[in-house]
Design a protein around this ligand. Structure first.
Ligand code: C2E
Ligand code: CA
Ligand code: CA
Ligand code: CA
Length: 279
């Protein structure tokens, strides 16, 4: 048993070494993604559940890798967070989204906001406020058209610091939303202190809402809680008309999901919005 154990150990450490080598290679390539112009922003529409119009869009990053093709964010954002590169990447996302906003602002669309995801690492480095200020200044867009999505868990990592940063961002005039709401453990008292405008109900709750009565109860409670704090509620991951109906019944304000559209490149999104008929 002892020799077998040793063999296993060797097997595992070799596999781990292989993995970390692949990781290092990917990380080195990732560090060049901005300068090599390999990042792409895709956009997913958010539809008002009463008017049926597209009132918002969420920007979602992808990495166009020379050999591997389009890589989804879950495969490189964690790596970028570990190395700190997510700050550079995040600045690119902010700048690119603001330029896109500038282009969309003049088209006479009902679009109110374009949302950008902010990593916990960006939030804790303290440079975020400066970066947002720079992107707003460079493009001259109305600050209220930019929305920053901050996850519930990243806000909870360093509450004091988050409170300060969110207040500074709010002072710039941008919109703030709490992403993946329901997955963390924010207290009502704490949420009340945050100067956020919207709550995004996590996909997991919306997905099982129509089949799992516990999840339906959670969604209902989150909507009621959010509204009592004066927040708008976005239901994420809406794939079926049934889920959309259910959210509307519960007075959810906005929906986002494959039912309306998958995330698509900016130029396609422009076409999509121009030809969209309120649902
Ligand atoms: P998220 O912010 O919670 O984004 C929602 C994810 O759900 C997106 O995946 C979106 O494509 C997907 N989704 C939307 N509608 C549906 C649906 O109806 N059904 C299902 N099953 N999925 C749906 P995506 O684009 O792969 O992004 C994954 C995560 O990567 C995001 O989760 C976010 O945490 C992170 N991310 C994306 N872009 C950025 C970025 O620019 N910066 C940072 N820091 N993180 C980002
Ligand atoms: Ca998000
Ligand atoms: Ca989310
Ligand atoms: Ca508000």
């Amino acid at each position: 048993a002892k020799s077998r154990g040793r063999g296993m150990l060797r097997f595992f450490s070799m596999e781990m070494m292989g993995r970390s080598k692949a990781r290092l290679t990917l990380e080195a390539a990732l560090r060049q993604s901005v300068e090599r112009d390999e990042l792409r922003l895709y956009y997913q529409p958010q539809v008002d559940l009463i008017s049926g119009e597209i009132v918002g869009v969420e920007a979602l990053v992808r990495w166009q890798h020379a050999e591997r093709g389009l890589i989804p964010p879950n495969e490189f954002i964690p790596l970028a967070e570990e190395s700190g590169y997510v700050v550079t990447l995040g600045d690119w996302v902010l700048r690119t989204a603001c330029r896109q906003i500038k282009q969309w602002a003049g088209l006479g669309l009902p679009l109110r906001q374009v949302a950008v995801n902010v990593s916990a690492v960006q939030l804790s480095r303290g440079k975020l406020v400066e970066s947002v200020k720079d992107a707003l200044q460079e493009t001259g867009i109305a600050p209220g058209m930019l929305e920053l999505e901050i996850t519930e868990s990243s806000v909870m990592l360093d509450r004091e610091r988050s409170l300060e940063t969110l207040a500074s961002l709010k002072a710039l005039g941008v919109q703030l939303s709490i992403d993946d709401f329901g997955t963390g453990y924010s207290s009502l008292a704490y949420l009340q202190q945050l100067e956020v405008d919207k709550l995004k109900i996590d996909i997991a709750f919306v997905r099982d809402m129509t089949t799992n009565s516990n999840n339906a109860a959670i969604v209902k409670a989150v909507i009621a809680l959010g509204h009592s704090l004066g927040l708008e509620i976005i239901g994420e991951g809406v794939e079926t008309a049934d889920q959309a109906r259910h959210l509307r019944t519960l007075r959810c304000d906005i929906m986002q999901g494959y039912m309306v559209s998958r995330p698509i490149p900016g130029a396609e999104m422009t076409q999509f919005m121009r030809t969209f008929k309120p649902v």
